[in-house]
Design a protein around this ligand. Structure first.
Ligand code: F6R
Length: 643
């Protein structure tokens, strides 16, 4: 939430800062700003709205200097107006700060500063920081210290303990034009190392074309950057030496190719996401010949996951912590872990878990599911679980934490014991699509691995049935390719019917209930149409009162345990004049639907991997048809780094 960039080196900073912000705009886009420093002083430009407004301002006014900071905002404290846009300055206008996070004690700090005569210009929590820094610098200079990068560093180190909350920040000061100070606590920040220049950013896309060599900052660290090098300090003020790492592959390149929106491109990338996952995690069929039932893990497992055996041993219960779309993936995951592997599994809203955790149980695996790896609620819930388990002496209660993420280098990766990388490649569209599929696949892998290690499965599915599931999973990329191409056209043709629609109901049951929730969430977030997902059997207990001819009902009906039940529930909706859209295989049973979005008949357990595709494409085309900003819907951001 919010993106920050900061550059120091020998090139003009502003164009690189703007390019970095463009890559980070998915993190927030209600206002943006930059501040640069040159011999003449500090130059600050800010603009309400999308980044393009700031770019226009830069083209008209310029912002010279080889050192600068930038910010793209998702409003927390203060409306999205220019005066609340970052950077925020001190009273003299010589010192500028950008911040991503929330300063929780900003009110008391503001009152304290105001009592000494400080005037505030914004409603933000961030503005206390430049004023506190200015006060500290003044004190240090009164004590005889001369303005320099080291002095700025010292002031930041002395002010940070006053701040409560999670933040990443960058500071420049006109009196030390060759210095940039950055710091982080519980919000992401990494330093990209170029040739005699450094680019700091909230996320890797901002480094595209600049460098692949990165130094992710750890919690509590502060760095002084000059064109000559980096001085890195831990929270105790001790100098830290760490080896930089290398970004792999093309993961930090965001390119729309010929698609109209990133979201559409990312929906079309899902067959590739699945193909990569199959290639990585489902060993060739020939290798499975020795696979046997009977208690211990076979020598050639059906599913190869890069996880230590210890993670699987003796697990009696699993708890899944996630938010939004990731939570829907977790709900499918819970179904699989219970029905395939027989392990009791609970799914929690991460934001609720932290404040009302269930009683501790032994031998529990806790899995954080977050595509960004930076969702503050999920990280905080995991950290709380880790902390409370560490207080228990009995080793049966020791924390066992796994992360499922698209960003193994994220804060999540540093918090948990092991990570399952979904490897979906960068996702720019704010609405999660291919990362959702990647999360689902991670759960299929995990549930199958648990089931296999336990010598087969529950609910009548033995090793043979597990192998049959794996064989069907192998054919997934081909099925997805056809489905995406087919439904892209069908859903585009259908979208005009929703021009006046105000409410849509999504129905599913069993393993497809979370897909109904996901369909509703996708529609809400990008088309601003009110939508609800329900377990189809619940309709008659109240929500059916909403139905009339103006309310379309999208019903997921796939052959299996609840097929006939879902069809009956759909009939009940039809009897109330609702327009029925079916996501179901073609056949005589499904001719009750007014419109059919056909999906291939696969094992019911695998069906969410397919039924989600029409959901995504329907939402996409309805929003695109309405002319909405699909990739950057209002009020949202790609990674939610505030609680
Ligand atoms: C919806 C969406 C959000 C995220 C949620 C959690 O399309 O993307 O609901 O799923 O904010 O984000 P992550 O997965 O990064 O923890």
């Amino acid at each position: 939430m919010c993106g920050i960039v900061a550059l120091i080196g020998s090139r003009e900073a502003a164009p690189q800062l703007l390019e970095g912000l463009r890559q980070l705009e998915y993190r927030g886009y209600d206002s943006a700003g930059i501040a640069t420093i040159d011999a003449a002083g500090l130059h600050c430009l800010r603009a309400e709205g999308k980044l393009v407004n700031l770019t226009v301002r830069f083209e008209a006014q310029g912002a010279p200097g080889h050192c600068g900071i930038g910010h793209t905002r998702w409003a927390t404290h203060g409306k999205p107006e220019e005066r609340n846009a970052h950077p925020h300055l001190d009273g003299s206008g010589e010192l500028a700060v950008v911040q991503n996070g929330i300063i929780e004690n900003h009110r008391s700090l503001r009152e304290e500063l105001q009592a000494t005569g400080v005037m505030f210009r914004s409603d933000t929590d961030t503005e206390v920081i430049p004023h506190l820094l200015a006060r500290q610098l003044q004190l240090l200079q009164q004590g005889g210290r001369v303005a320099s990068g080291s002095l700025l560093l010292q002031a930041v180190q002395e002010v940070l303990p006053l701040l409560q909350g999670a933040y990443a920040l960058a500071v420049v000061w006109a009196q030390a034009p060759g210095a940039l100070v950055v710091a982080r606590r519980a919000a992401p920040l990494l330093i990209g190392l170029g040739e005699g220049e450094f680019l700091c950013a909230s996320d890797t896309p901002a480094l595209a074309g600049f460098t692949r060599t990165i130094l992710p900052m750890e919690d509590g660290e502060v760095a002084l950057l000059t064109p000559l090098g980096i001085e890195l300090y831990d929270a105790a003020g001790e100098r830290v030496q760490r080896t930089p790492s290398l970004l792999s592959g093309t993961e930090h390149v965001a390119d729309k190719r010929s698609f109209r929106h990133f979201m559409l491109k990312e929906i079309h990338e899902q067959p590739e996401t699945a193909a990569l996952w199959v290639a990585r995690h489902l060993p060739e069929l020939g290798n499975q010949a020795g696979s046997q039932a009977g208690g211990s893990a076979p020598s050639s497992p059906m599913v190869a996951l890069p996880l230590d055996d210890a993670l699987f041993e003796g697990v009696e219960r699993i708890q899944l912590l996630a938010c939004g779309t990731s939570r829907h993936a977790a709900q499918v995951g819970a179904y699989l872990l219970e029905q395939l592997a027989g392990i009791p599994t609970d799914v929690f809203y991460a934001s609720e878990f932290r404040y009302a955790p269930p009683p501790l149980g032994p031998h529990t695996l806790t899995i954080g599911v977050t595509q960004s790896g930076e969702t503050a609620d999920t990280l905080a819930a995991l950290a709380m679980e880790q902390a409370r388990r560490r207080l228990v002496a009995d080793p049966a209660y020791a924390p066992r934490l796994l992360g499922i993420t698209n960003r193994p280098e994220s804060s999540l990766g540093r918090l948990v014991d092991q990570v399952l990388d979904i490897g979906a490649g960068i996702e720019v569209g704010v609405a999660a699509t291919k990362t959702f599929l990647g999360q689902l696949l991670a759960f299929y892998g995990l549930a199958l691995a648990f089931a296999e290690r336990r010598g087969g499965s529950v609910n009548g599915r033995g090793p043979e049935q597990l192998r049959a599931l794996v064989a069907q999973l192998r054919s997934l990329p081909g099925l997805l390719r056809q489905l995406v191409d087919d439904h892209d056209q069908r859903c585009e043709a259908l979208a005009h019917r929703f021009a006046e629609t105000q409410d849509v109901i999504f129905l599913g049951r069993g393993i497809n209930y979370p897909i109904a929730l996901e369909g509703a969430l996708k529609l809400k977030e990008i088309s601003y149409i009110h939508a609800e997902g329900y377990p189809a059997g619940e309709m008659k207990h109240g929500p059916i009162a909403l139905l009339d001819a103006q309310v379309p009902v999208v019903s997921i009906a796939v052959p299996g345990t609840v097929f006939e039940k879902v069809l009956s529930n759909a009939q009940e909706a039809k009897a109330r004049d609702a327009q029925l859209i079916g996501v179901a295989p073609e056949g005589p049973d499904t001719d009750i639907f007014d419109v059919l979005l056909p999906v291939p008949a696969v094992d019911e357990l695998l069906s969410p991997l397919l039924t989600v595709i029409p959901m995504q494409l329907l939402s996409y085309h309805i929003a695109a048809h309405r002319g909405l900003d699909v990739d950057q819907p209002r009020n949202l951001a790609k990674s939610v780094t505030v609680e």
